[in-house]
Design a protein around this ligand. Sequence first.
Ligand SMILES: [Zn+2]
Ligand SMILES: [Zn+2]
Length: 264
Amino acid sequence: MSTPLYEVFALRYAHLADRNQGSNLIFPDDHTAPMPLDFFVWVVKGGGRTILLDTGFDADSAKRRERSWIRSPIDALQSVGVTAEDIRDVVLSHLHWDHAGHWHELPNAKFHLQDAEMDYATGRCMCHEPMRRPFDIEQVCTAVRFVYDERVKFHDGTAEIAPGIHVHRVGGHSKGLQIMSVPTARGTVVLASDAAHFWHNIRRRSPFVLLHNLQAMIEGWELCEQLADGPDHIIPGHDPAVLARFPALPGDPNTVQLHLAPRG
Ligand SMILES: [Zn+2]
Ligand SMILES: [Zn+2]
């Protein structure tokens, strides 16, 4: 049986306007140049499966950090014809607060996570405030509870989680960050999540400020490039240009189709 080709969607659920290169990059070209962030979850459909990459931040976590949604990422699933109950596989790229909420709203899902990410989020590095800052303790405690409930599927490196769909540990931004490669009609798309917040990070070799290991981050960019069928097949995790460049779903300007060719 041949490998299915999948549809891939980026669903924007939040936006952070007040950021510039100086707040986002270790080596900014222009400190004051605006560099707003979008927040996404990603849905992959095909071969009778639906896979969710990342779950976004939840209302409690958002309140603690004074952020707000455009919409709940779980409600946003409707726009691609999916209910929370339909989701059997959730891939968590990493456990940062803006990627790892809503565990209890996905009642039938198994959560795919790298060993190194759980080690990181529950181990000695969390004794240090700058390293634990992007984590939410309530979410991490929920993750541990889900391990005890046998709802977490651990990986150590590369694994095929559905026919043709692979996760790959890259680390870098967070110790156990994983990316996902997906075969589509336009070639292999790599959902980089925070391996590259912006196309600027990977194309200009300019690292984002939040970092566990710079060498791993740079080698992660190289792996994204090896796996993807071109520069526009690498989808950054927080870049508003994703929404601008890919065709929107009819009737939903906050959801774009990554299996279709980008504009320009
Ligand atoms: Zn992150
Ligand atoms: Zn993020």
